[in-house]
Design a protein around this ligand. Structure first.
Ligand code: FEO
Ligand code: CA
Ligand code: CA
Ligand code: CA
Length: 602
């Protein structure tokens, strides 16, 4: 999230890494935290209170959804009100519902889970700038977007035969969004959200296109196709339903009545999210990663120009333009990339890159694929041009201060293993356990350049145990260990912030949030700011350093437990009594604000 430019005043002493069995939310000295909103909190006056033993789709569709992921906190100009926007990526039925509930009441569980997916827009308020926020029940802009919210399809593939179903012969209207992972706020104030692992809700007949996208041919564990027929793509009238998910969606959080849009111009794949940058001439680009092992990094370039203050116009910018995929080439001689993290002779994993066109000037650049085929089956198009297979591209986000782009490559246990793609200079470790952060610079500083230079800023891991780690040249003994980078953000001073997903099983520490310097003697300095509770993932960091405030979404706390035997009591921490009886709080994904206790005087 972008929060202007200026001096950062968010000073802190890094916390120590926290062991993976600690069920607590840890912040630096002189900071405290509180949840703003939790799964199940009522958004509307007529919404029922959270009642985990009596969940229904009707109640859940009026309450904050599950598994909080992408987050933004967008204050109004007065600084005292604003909106919180959050993705609800997926559901953990094992912690949400009593054991056996799915067997007993399948339709209720499935439809409740559908209503727990999607997005929330929630008004927030506070009495003084810099103070913690509260959410507003019944706020005028409050909105739930779920699997039943009507979406408009736009761009060149709208109306394509590949998007038509028996429920939607126009191919231009889709019910709902799902598996919304990360995202980004645009300079015109809308929010982009990535539909990521959409395969896991369907059963399909297993066409080659379905296989390339990982759609299963057996009943998925959530059993949605048994309750809602459109998720059974073996049925002739629903064979295209899978094609209607896997897009970047755009919503206007200021207007609860606006129709959310699925943008086909940005291609269809397992979008982590999308982030926009405006070039000097008003050209808008959107970067997006396809988060799966050996998938690609993409760039969309708008054909229209950004117009300051003209939201109606700007909301069409992602409707028409060119689509590219990245090819990265290393500059070190063959044989220097050994797979163990040893730096090549020039001291860096680095090189040059090329954006290979898939769609240009409204035309397909792929032989034997029409425009709509390139956009619906973008992975197949990218395969044909020889794009570089990366180690799971998560967030791909331009630094608003410099235009340099940062890519979290979270991990890839199969890299370099027999039968899989070998290591290369951009993906230099065999069985990449801990991930990388890639930095790239568009040539001549132009957003629409087709060439770029790149380097690995971080080769992640625990430097005390792993000599193959690299921290942008910063002394290794002085950094916090970091593993599995996922979401990134920037503060006002242009520092990078990274949240992680999966660190416990890799380096034995809870997932966390880190600040990383990018320039001068601070480059590569990784400092841990917070850690999340047991089994949770840190998502959607938002850094408002001018107010000494940091926000994160805490996803799937205690996910390896059950409804009856929770492994986390976050965020309320009502613990069972010594006798094991009485009330205790269940783990609830939540949006957390971290604030300073003793504030600097302005
Ligand atoms: Fe949903 Fe790529 O993490
Ligand atoms: Ca090199
Ligand atoms: Ca993610
Ligand atoms: Ca992830």
């Amino acid at each position: 999230a972008y929060w202007g430019k200026g001096r950062s005043r968010l000073d802190f002493t890094p916390i120590k890494p926290v062991g993976m069995t600690v069920d607590d939310f840890n912040v630096p000295e002189n900071y405290d935290w509180s949840p703003i909103i939790r799964w199940g909190d009522p958004l509307f006056y007529d919404a029922p209170e959270f009642d985990p033993k009596n969940q229904t789709p009707e109640s859940q569709s009026k309450q904050f959804g599950f598994n909080a992921d992408y987050l933004d906190i967008i204050p109004d100009p007065n600084g005292l009100t604003g909106v919180l926007v959050n993705n609800h990526e997926y559901t953990n039925e094992n912690t949400m519902f009593p054991t056996g509930e799915q067997e007993k009441n399948l339709a209720n569980v499935v439809r409740t889970a559908m209503a727990a997916h999607g997005m929330s827009v929630v008004e927030i308020t506070r009495t003084k700038v810099g103070e913690p926020w509260s959410y507003v029940r019944g706020g005028a802009r409050n909105r739930r977007i779920t699997l039943s919210t009507p979406f408009v399809v736009d761009g060149p593939a709208a109306g394509s035969d590949l998007l038509k179903t028996q429920d939607d012969p126009t191919g231009k209207r889709v019910a709902g969004t799902q598996n919304n992972c990360s995202g980004g706020v645009t300079p015109w104030g809308t929010v982009l959200s990535g539909e990521e692992n959409v395969h896991q809700y369907f059963i399909t007949s297993g066409t080659s296109e379905e296989k390339r996208y990982g759609f299963p041919t057996t009943m998925p564990s959530r059993r949605w196709p048994e309750v809602e027929k459109r998720f059974d793509a073996r049925i002739e009238g629903y064979k295209n339903e899978p094609n209607r998910f896997g897009w970047i969606v755009e919503i206007d959080p200021q207007n609860p009545n606006s129709a959310p849009v699925k943008h086909t111009s940005l291609g269809r794949f397992k979008h982590e999210g999308a982030n926009v940058h405006v070039g000097d001439d008003g050209t808008v680009v959107a970067y997006s990663g396809d988060d799966e092992k050996f998938e690609y990094i993409y760039k969309f370039v708008s054909s229209r120009k950004y117009k300051e203050g003209d939201k109606r116009h700007n909301m069409k910018l992602l409707s028409e333009g060119d689509l590219y995929v990245a090819k990265l080439t290393g500059n070190s001689p063959k044989g220097q990339i050994t797979g163990d993290g040893t730096l090549p002779a020039d001291g860096e994993f680095d090189g040059s890159g090329e954006w290979l066109p898939l769609i240009k000037g409204g035309k397909s650049m792929i032989k034997d694929m029409a425009v709509d085929e390139v956009l619906v089956y973008t992975r197949l198009a990218a395969d044909k041009v020889g794009a570089t297979k990366m180690d799971r591209p998560e967030d791909v986000e331009p630094n608003p201060h410099t235009g340099k782009v940062y890519v979290a490559l979270t991990n890839n246990s199969d890299r370099g293993k027999p039968g899989f793609a070998p290591v290369d200079e951009a993906n230099p470790r065999t069985g990449n356990r801990d991930g990388y952060v890639l930095e790239f610079t568009e040539r001549h500083g132009r957003v629409n350049s087709t060439r770029f230079n790149w380097n690995l800023l971080l080769v992640c891991g625990d430097p005390t145990k792993d000599s193959g780690t690299y921290f942008g040249g910063y002394p290794k003994e002085k950094v916090s260990p970091i593993s599995c980078p996922d979401n990134v953000a920037f503060d006002r001073a242009g520092n990078l912030w990274i949240s992680t997903d999966g660190a416990p099983s890799k380096i034995g520490y809870n997932d966390a949030l880190f600040k990383v310097g990018l320039t001068g003697s601070e480059r590569g300095r990784v400092q841990q700011f917070l850690s999340v509770p047991q089994d949770a993932e840190t998502c959607g960091p938002v850094v408002h350093d001018n107010e000494d405030m940091v926000y994160v979404a805490v996803q799937h706390p205690g996910e390896d437990g059950s409804f009856e035997e929770p492994r986390s009591y976050f965020p309320d921490y009502v613990l069972p009594t010594r006798a094991g009886e009485g009330e205790f709080s269940m783990p609830r994904p939540a949006v957390v604000q971290v604030f300073k206790l003793e504030r600097d005087k302005d």
